[in-house]
Design a protein around this ligand. Sequence first.
Ligand SMILES: [Zn+2]
Ligand SMILES: [Zn+2]
Length: 273
Amino acid sequence: MFVDSHAHLDGKQFNADREQVIFRAQQAGVETIVAIGNGDGPGTLDCGIQLAAKYEFIYATVGIHPHEAKLATDADFAEMEQLAKRPKVIAWGEIGLDYFYDHSPRELQKQVFVKQMELARGVKLPIVIHCRPSGANNNNEDAWDDCLRLIAQHWAPSGLGGILHCFTGAWTHAKRALDMDFVISFAGNVTFPKAQQIRDAAKQVPLDRMLIETDAPYLAPVPHRGKRNEPAFVKETARQIGELRGLSTEEIGRQTTNNFYRFFSLPEKLKSI
Ligand SMILES: [Zn+2]
Ligand SMILES: [Zn+2]
């Protein structure tokens, strides 16, 4: 049993065969998928909700990705505030900072990030964080410094916690987030030969504080690297973490699945749907 805690199932890469992709995930033992609702930015912010409405085992998020921060308007914030109250929306995100691509100016990324933390707090949803520093090896501290500082300032007091998604940082970054009620989600890049820093962190994060995800269609794990990623491949991330920790793929699947339901208090939420 696995949960893919982060997939962009709305992506146009799935337009031709989305149904089969979702079916394959179920065949592979993926019992729940979180459809990230960033879409292509404003105008498509309900894309996760649409998928969640169609499939019982899919949940959704809403949020504006740091890439599209420059497009965000007050009308978009108001729209998201309403969308966030819809059934099966379990988190606000992904939001945060991306200093690798710099698709939006950094000051604007910070403003839109802080604004969305305020909105998420208002609707009492945890947040899904995207943090990518500058530099070829994800080794610079810039985005981590800003991101963790802004979370400490604007979010930690809420006690609502969140997910550091597709974690690429060092253990020190994970530790700071864990201390602010976050869980750490590992993606397919934990299997990449050069990703020793991610594997080091995956060895240290407490087993009851980790999730797994695909970030599909991006970052397909070995042995599918370079192809389109899909939720069925979340198993490869579990396999890699299991190898690192001397546990079976199934044990990692079971543990991260339990973590997911506990973090989102999903049995309670299901009753209200
Ligand atoms: Zn991301
Ligand atoms: Zn993502």
